[in-house]
Write a new protein. Sequence first.
Lengths: 751, 198
Amino acid sequence: MRSRYSYLVFLLACVFIFSSEAQQISDVDIDRIKRSTVFIMQVSSENLSVTCVGTGILVRYDGLIATNAHHVVQSERCPGDTLIIALSVDNDEPSVPRYRASIIQANVGLDLALLQITQQFDGRIIERDSLQALPFVELADSDLVEIDETITVIGYPDFGNSPVTEVRGTISAFIGEPSGGDRSWLKIRTSDASILPGTMSGGGAFDREGRLVGLMTSAPTPPDPDSGNCTTVEDTNADGFINSLDRCIPIGDFISVLRPSDVIRPLLRSASLGLTLELLTSPRFQVSGESSTPEITNLFFSPSVVNGQPTTVLQRVPAGAESLYLFFDYSGMTPETVYEVRVTIDGLPNQTFSLPPVRWSGGTSGLWYIGSGNQTRPNGRYEYRVFVDGLLAATASVVVGGPAEDAPQFSNITFGLLDEQGNLTGSGYVLPTGNIARASFIHRNLEPGTVWTQIWSLDGRPIPEARISAPWQDTGDINTETIPLQAVGGLLPGRYRLELYIDDFLSALGEFIVAGSQAGPLARVFSNVEFRQADSPLSDPTVSPARTYPDGVNTLYIYFDWEQIAPGTLWTLEWAVDGTVFYRQTSPWNAVETGEDFTMRLSAPGGLPDGTYTVSLLINDILLASEEVTVGIGQLPIDRFAQAQGIQLRGQIVDAETGLGIEGATFLLISEDYSVADFTWRRDQLYALAITDRNGRFEIDRPLQFDSPYSVLIEVEGYLPIAADGYEITAETLAEIGGSPIEMLIPLVRD
Amino acid sequence: MLRIDSNRPTYLALRQRWAHYLTVFVALSLIIGGLALRSQIQSAVTRYVDTRIGIEAAYPANWLIETNVDDVAFRVRNMALAGYKSNIQITVRPVSGETTERNIGDQLALERSLVLTDYRVISVEDFDLNGQRAQAITYTYASQESSPFLQGIPIVVEGLDILLIQREQAIVITFRAQAESFESERHYFDRFLQNLEF
């Protein structure tokens, strides 16, 4: 009876007030996204001065923040040791410092970092699970983003004086690199041609559904007051004046690119599961570049990329070409190196194909490419200028236009071994050690007698005896040719390259790795992958390996053997849980050439989450070994807080007589599985719980889902309680009342 | 002709008198019944049994219950209260044979000083928990539990821990309430302790 009466009171009492912002941008839940966007201040604890600033975005309810690494990871540019997180409490006002955070994942090269809120602003530690659920955003599939798609970018436009700002824009181009494939970078263009300042770096770009498409990224700038990208706001040397002698805060370059969400996802997955992976086999070699000075050499163009390698080398690009990639050799590069590619077409700067200054995400030395596909290029003379740390390092140019020529050409080099039938077999890019390797390639329009040259090299050094220059002879094969590389004493492990020239012009280039022993057509490089359990990261693993473990296992040790891998060879370690990659790292091999029991340790503080874990070992993107281990039921548990999207509910509970807010009132939103009558005051029966502040205001910290019949119970001492079943919001009713967030005004009658 | 003399005393009929007595009796009965019912509602309890850690308790009805959250085995909160929600909780932690209640109290003080604002221990005393020796620690701190997006003002909270060691585990029974209403709410905790079995 009380419930029915209260239901009527509840319905009569609720007054819906609608957000004007939500009406303006009805296709994006802009209020939630703005609240999810945080202002980050890196602070020196020594003198409490701000050393770097940037924007970040909450990507989980428990305080996980995605941002750029360059303004949070301690460095010469950003020497602070404390990270302060300011929230947009009121989206029309500047942010308010609320928390401190720690870095839990960082990739300096990719310029990505994940922070975890760990302390209150005053330094008190936040106990696990005691942080109130915070608004956050979900990641979009950045592979589905299209050119000219509308996005909204959100970040803080200055040092924190202004509220969080939104800017409409579009995706203008994709830029490919080895670090992330054809969508390593998403180029953006603002609709009003406004400039996105460097303080927005680390902020998000969102699609129409309010999902994170990518992270705005700009290169860090040096703390030099004369650079124009650095501002002095504090008397850091305590001399009583604020001048050029004080440390300034670098604000970064203007932003025009995004790191796509698919690059962020593995970091987010491992961080959200609390997984820590450690490589325990001690490095035996310090692998470094031959030169400490960054160098860019051997620039050339290719129309496409296969397995990270050029298909052919172009001297001229026909009109209507949709793909073009600049390749070059690099050395002496580090994750802190900033590189930039400026493209001009007939002397005019072209923003679409240029890459602004960004952190280097490759290794120390090797072959690199930058370019894009599926984007028609206007005719003209393209000049690419590569800058390293602000200095011009190399240039290359190519002409796009004219008809496709029937010029002699080599292309599509792959490598392998010959089987008994004389066919080339193998992975194409990783060969076992042995006496002979073969390269197969396609040739076109070569006239007999044309001089061509093959040059083989090992780890950057030419193999003199393998250099052959001769007139082309028509073998009668249909446009394919196979050539051998035979080394006295056998092929040593290492990185090999074949360059094919026609009349002294480079026409094709391919690389392969020699490692491991021969096992059929493939190289056996990694073997005997085993998993063993331990009670904690500090205790010894069990003796016998297994493939299945019960839930609650705290630590897994993983072992594998390896054969004949040259130090410095790039190899890739990839981990996935339930098919989703949470760790992928390509690094130079730094153990001895052959050995047993390379050891890794996978752990999580509260035990490894149930799931099927897969470890994969690759070289040159060729999968060489992979094994699975099952923990618990073999499937990740469902996270009931994982959904970011839905209807935001907030409001005010007031005294019906005075209209004043009631402090400390409890708003209980009962899960759709229970009615008020069924509710037995168990916490797990609640969908959400909120308590009003000094003004009687409350916020439900989880978004409500459509078409779910919630029950509501409002209680506070001295007032008649309100109870109601069947509080349900449909898409239609939400549209009628103006969209999310829903604001409620609930008067309570004194008892 | 019948005359009514207003100065003459009026005598009620027997039936009328009994009607008056009955009315008074019913009124008193209703008042007493109402008070009893109110008292019953206020003192109504819900039973809770946790075989995992071996406790059986009766907590006030309509307090919100949470179980097995981190190291808290049991927690109930009075959600009807305005301001800070008085709560009772039980935490269990493993101990060695040489650990004393005092050691546990010191551990709690160290941990809480990092987590709670202005945490202060007021007193440490011996306590008789249903015939068992225990230790009572009284403390205060400032609570700031509201959403970061709302305007919360810290509330001074008073807490009481009852520590005892049993079966190689330390049991910490805690009562917390707003400092101003700590004593008036204390009876909930006292009754909880009386009914606690482990």
